[in-house]
Design a protein around this ligand. Structure first.
Ligand code: TXA
Ligand code: MG
Length: 306
């Protein structure tokens, strides 16, 4: 049985943190997408995340902490630029990849010597983590390879009956996953474009952030990901979208492509709704390659390869 508790109920922090502390799985709201949380130091609970999601063991999870002060507990050798970024951008849609400390289990990092870590911008979730007294591990609360959830109904549709508790909060405000910056390879590199625009992060640290080098390290970097059931066709303009729409019997053009924050915030809801409505072809206009447009284009391209 999955219980649902409203984010505004007076005992939400107690109920959720008690559940996590006793090894339960809780779907938590964040500003990006909903996460499927377990206490990161309870191996049995973390292992259940992989089972429930159908996620291959070895795909590392993001640690969520309540405050920058907790960073030193889970990481070592943090470069100065990473600290500058964290102190100016957290809480927010930014994940840092750093060297891990002995407090982080192999199950969370897939045996790597690095850990991905962030402070999410959601008051309820921050208070829950704080009351747990330990970091929580949380991937997006969807089945592996599918579209991330941006509200509690999406979580229930994917994982209802399989997890212990869902916190029902407002729609996630950003709507795409956090930007991941790798600080373990010398110069900072973008592992995954996301809710925090790269240009803004570059301004914060006063240096440019490069493309990833070496082997693929983030599962969001797999070719096919973030996929609805309908096939996603990419176009570059509204005219092109309309022409394709007229020639495709069961198709729909994704709305809000002219408003990047709204396009991001509604993207996954629109994809899920198209599936519910039995749409065969989802037509998506690729946004301009700046700001949130980079993350949106990344998700659309991956969805189109499914
Ligand atoms: O916005 C977000 O980041 C959301 C919310 C819930 O916080 N979380 C999220 O988690 O998107 P997930 O598991 O869906 O994606 C985490 C990404 C994966 O691509 C994973 O491979 C990468 O982070 N990652 C985590 N730890 C890593 C590590 N040690 N090395 C390389 N990549 C890592
Ligand atoms: Mg995910």
């Amino acid at each position: 049985m999955t219980k649902i508790i409203h984010a505004y109920s007076s005992d939400v922090v107690e109920v959720a943190s008690d559940c996590l502390n006793s090894g339960g799985l809780v779907a938590i709201p964040t500003e990006t997408v909903y996460g499927l949380a377990a206490r990161a130091d309870i191996d049995q609970a973390v292992a259940r995340i992989f089972t429930v999601k159908g996620r291959p063991i070895g795909h590392p999870l993001i640690l969520h902490i309540a405050d920058l002060d907790e960073l030193s507990r889970y990481t070592t050798d943090v470069p100065r630029t990473a600290l500058v970024m964290a102190s100016q951008c957290w809480p927010g849609p930014l994940t840092l990849l750093l060297r891990r400390s002995g407090e982080v289990s192999d199950l969370v990092t897939g045996g790597r010597d690095t850990v991905a870590i962030r402070v999410p911008a959601n008051e309820t979730t921050l208070r829950i983590i704080e009351r747990c007294g330990h970091a929580i591990a949380a991937p997006s609360a969807n089945k592996f390879g599918r579209v991330s959830p941006t509200n509690a109904q999406h979580v229930m549709a994917d994982l209802g009956g399989e997890i212990d508790l869902v916190i029902d909060d407002d729609q996630c405000s950003i709507g795409v996953e956090s930007t991941i910056i790798d600080f373990t390879r010398g110069e900072p590199q973008v592992l995954r474009p996301g809710g925090f625009p790269i240009e803004d992060l570059e301004l914060v640290i006063g240096e440019s952030i490069g493309a990833p080098t070496g082997e693929s390290r983030a599962s969001g970097m797999l070719a096919s990901h973030y996929a609805p059931h309908g096939s996603v066709k990419l176009v570059s303009s509204l005219n092109e979208a309309r022409e394709l729409h007229e020639n495709s019997p069961s198709s729909r053009i994704l709305a809000h492509s002219e408003d990047l924050p709204l396009y991001a915030a509604s993207l996954y809801s629109q994809m899920r709704q198209a599936d519910i409505d039995g749409i065969d072809t989802i037509i998506a206009i690729i946004p301009p390659q700046h700001g949130l447009g980079i993350a949106i284009a990344d998700r659309l391209i991956k969805a189109s390869l499914a």
